[in-house]
Design a protein. Structure first.
Length: 124
């Protein structure tokens, strides 16, 4: 149960951080391109890589704290970081075809699903 609480608290914090950062970026650069989302995804992916190594390979942090930070905070900040870490894990395991398939499928299918959802909702 403590894992769930840590993930939920971290997720709330990550979501608020995402909102603040995106709003700040959009305020600086405008909304003619999704700069805020891109910045959040890049930063979240970078932090996922750094924290994953630090928290799983170098430091002996309790699993509940790792879950709160990696799944909660970064998951709330951007799920793209989880996708990126899973893809890097596949590459490091030598599963290059699976990594490429994950990248292509995630981008094409997710963007396609979003488009289908938009079109379907507009028909309601």
């Amino acid at each position: 149960m403590t894992h769930i609480i840590a993930i939920a608290a971290g997720g709330a914090a990550g979501s608020v951080l995402r909102f603040w950062m995106s709003a700040w970026i959009y305020g600086q650069l405008g909304r003619d391109f999704p700069y805020g989302t891109l910045a959040v995804n890049v930063l979240g992916s970078l932090l996922m890589g750094v924290l994953f190594v630090l928290l799983t390979e170098r430091l002996s942090l309790a699993p509940v704290w790792r879950a709160g930070l990696l799944i909660g905070v970064l998951g709330g900040f951007t799920t793209f970081s989880a996708f990126s870490m899973e893809t890097v894990n596949l590459i490091e395991e030598g599963a290059h075809l699976k990594a490429l398939l994950n990248i292509a499928t995630s981008v094409i299918v997710c963007v396609g699903a979003t488009w289908v959802g938009v079109v379907a909702a507009r028909q309601l």
